[in-house]
Design a protein around this ligand. Structure first.
Ligand code: IMP
Length: 424
């Protein structure tokens, strides 16, 4: 069996949580491969909304194995809160959640360094979720990071104190004073660590490869989106991990020749939280309408998301980088009442038309749009693709024709039940 990969093809918030939840019954194992508590995956079923930050979205399906892979970073405090809220729903995560020994830990000081560095960036501020993601991955690459398995090593205390000293020296040098009570936060962190250590820690690369050999179906669940990838995103306004399909290989320890389908999640329009270029952004009434109708407010930070039309230049780039084999289209229902819908098909940069996503996306970009008549019908009331309005089907056909990738699933609302799986 091959590893299927599911990821976002825009700036995150494409609706991955719901799609993983819908697809989970078809898989035995769901594995997260990158990111950390900056992610916020929303799932809705039986009239209740659930938000997950670190735990794979398969946790709501009894009997499924959920794995947090080596590419993920965990803050024990956020993890404990997530476990506590699952326990309130009578979900015993200890039974079906396995965690890689190699996961790097977010320390309280990482969050403070994140906040300090954002302040120092001035105009270049990324708009980070301030969960300590950047500094934790920085320490990983600098080879001073702290993995879960290091807790059991003989020199644990020495290493822990050493990292804390490096961090506090940096904060002091920059005269950064955390708003919180430092000692209290560290005590909370160490207590929360005990919750984390109650879980089964594994060498997930061995287990995942074993599952694939045993013909178990494994789904890798991405976080954030391709345009936030550290290498291919709109640098420097990106996150600090590889959000692309290749990240599933390094973040889980599965070889490229063991990968199968790459399922790309695309929202029918674009959104972005935080700063950075956004060629199709709408700073007008229509943008406001998308935000309101689509409830476009950050799951992790509550910030209003910037909204704009679907961008095919960026989408085709994301499809190429990830080798996407099928698309799941989400939130088209948000535009049910729109008279006119636009899709960006090219960029004009320095008076030249291009279909490429530029390396320096900070340049002035004028999007070229194709217009579509709205379908003016409530999509969530339809559950058969053939019965969907023709204007909507024309819109779907255009995206498929341009990208060369089939749209297999259409999500028409937040609930599990509001999903159309295409058979034609
Ligand atoms: P960080 O990863 O928290 O440092 O944030 C870096 C950038 O990625 C910021 O613009 C964030 O708003 C954005 N970002 C991080 N995680 C997510 C996510 O899950 N969805 C959407 N944007 C995100």
């Amino acid at each position: 069996m091959k590893l299927d990969i599911l990821l976002g093809l825009q700036w995150g918030d494409e609706g991955k949580g719901k799609v993983v939840d819908v697809l989970s019954p078809h898989y035995d194992v769901i594995a997260r491969f990158q990111g950390g508590p900056n992610a916020g995956h929303t799932l809705e079923f039986n009239g209740i909304k659930h938000v997950l930050h670190i735990i794979p979205s398969g946790i709501f399906h009894p009997g499924k194995i959920n794995i947090i892979g080596n590419g993920v970073v965990i803050d024990p405090i956020v993890f404990k809160k997530e476990i506590d809220s699952l326990e309130q729903l009578a979900i015993k995560a200890t039974e079906n959640l396995l965690i890689s020994n190699k996961v790097h830990l977010i320390l309280p000081t990482h969050k403070w360094i994140d906040a300090m560095q954002e302040e120092q960036k001035g105009k270049q501020k990324v708009g980070s979720t301030l969960k300590g993601i950047g500094p934790t991955y920085t320490d990983k690459v600098a080879r001073i990071g702290f993995r879960i398995c290091d807790i059991h090593s003989a020199d644990f205390s020495e290493r822990f104190e050493n990292i804390c000293k490096i961090h506090t020296d940096l904060l002091k040098k920059n005269s950064y004073q955390p708003q919180e009570d430092i000692a209290a936060v560290f005590t909370e962190w160490l207590n929360a660590l005990q919750t984390l250590l109650r879980f089964t820690l594994i060498d997930s690369e061995y287990e995942l490869n074993r599952y694939l050999k045993e013909d178990k179906k494994v789904l890798a669940e991405g976080a954030q989106g391709t345009l936030l990838d550290i290498d291919f995103g709109s640098y420097p306004f990106v996150t600090s991990s590889n959000t692309v399909a290749a990240g599933a290989c390094t973040g889980l320890g599965v070889a490229p020749n063991q990968t199968g389908k790459v399922i790309g999640i695309v929202k029918a329009y674009c959104t972005r939280v935080g700063n950075g270029p956004f060629p199709t952004e709408l700073l007008d009434e229509t943008g406001e309408q998308l935000r309101k109708q689509g409830h476009e407010f950050g799951t992790t930070t509550g910030r209003p998301r910037r909204c704009g039309w679907l961008d095919l230049v960026a989408l085709k780039y994301a499809i190429m980088i990830n080798g996407v084999t099928e698309i799941v289209l989400t939130k088209a229902d948000v535009m049910d009442n729109f008279e006119l819908i636009k899709i960006c098909t090219a960029y004009q940069i320095d008076e030249r038309t291009t279909h490429r996503f530029p390396s320096d996306i900070n340049k002035e970009i004028i999007p070229v749009f194709k217009e579509f008549a709205g379908w003016k019908q409530n999509l969530s009331e339809v559950n058969d693709y053939e019965k969907l309005p023709q204007n909507f089907k024309d819109y779907v056909a255009f995206i498929e024709e341009e990208t060369g990738v089939p749209i297999r699933i259409i999500s028409t609302g937040p609930d599990r039940s509001e999903t159309i799986i295409r058979t034609t």
